[in-house]
Design a protein around this ligand. Structure first.
Ligand SMILES: CC(C)(COP(=O)(O)OP(=O)(O)OC[C@H]1O[C@@H](n2cnc3c(N)ncnc32)[C@H](O)[C@@H]1OP(=O)(O)O)[C@@H](O)C(=O)NCCC(=O)NCCS
Length: 152
């Protein structure tokens, strides 16, 4: 039986969450340093969530709202807890938070070849967009290139 409790992320959970992301094979990068994570948390204090069971963090998701659209980043469930309903529970809680903020639409990005995750979201009612192309631009290449380590 699932007894996961959802909590707001706090900076003191940073290293445990980084471990979880790595174990779940989430690609962490220059936007995941302590400083950057503190920044996204400060802007979205109610949308950055963790799920805890038996004292351990077993799920995490970063929700973000830019004033127009909602975004889901880095949703992950600990590998030994996957496929048991945890991902849906934490995502549903985030969607409730977006609903409270009257967000009209939520977007997320998945590496194209990650069919499993695409299928997971499709199963939960998310649509893939064939009418759009995502484009990106790096305004500061030094900033973006910076590798992160646990000493960050
Ligand atoms: C993607 C991820 C968060 C899903 O979490 P999860 O806890 O394993 O998924 P759940 O058990 O909550 O699944 C919820 C529902 O989706 C279904 N589902 C899960 N994976 C599925 C898949 N690959 N294809 C189709 N349906 C799937 C489940 O059967 C369940 O259906 P139900 O509610 O009808 O019973 C988790 O597998 C994960 O952490 N993956 C690695 C990290 C990752 O790639 N994250 C995405 C970054 S973009």
């Amino acid at each position: 039986m699932i007894s996961m409790k959802i909590e707001k992320f706090k900076m003191q959970y940073y290293y445990e969450v980084m471990e979880l992301w790595k174990r779940a094979e989430i690609g962490v990068g220059s936007s995941d340093t302590k400083e950057e994570i503190a920044g996204v948390l400060n802007r979205n204090p109610n949308l950055f969530l963790i799920g805890r069971e038996d004292g351990k963090i077993v799920a995490v998701v970063i929700g973000a709202f830019d004033g127009r659209r909602g975004y889901v980043h880095h949703l992950a469930v600990a590998p030994d807890y996957q496929k048991r309903g945890y991902g849906k529970i934490i995502l549903d809680e985030l969607i409730d938070q977006f609903r409270k903020k009257k967000v009209h639409k939520i977007h997320l990005f998945i590496v194209k070849t990650n069919h499993e995750v695409v299928d997971f979201y499709r199963h939960l009612g998310w649509d893939t967009r064939d009418d759009l192309i995502m484009m990106s631009y790096v305004p500061d290449k030094e900033l973006y290139k910076r590798n992160i380590t646990f000493e960050d």
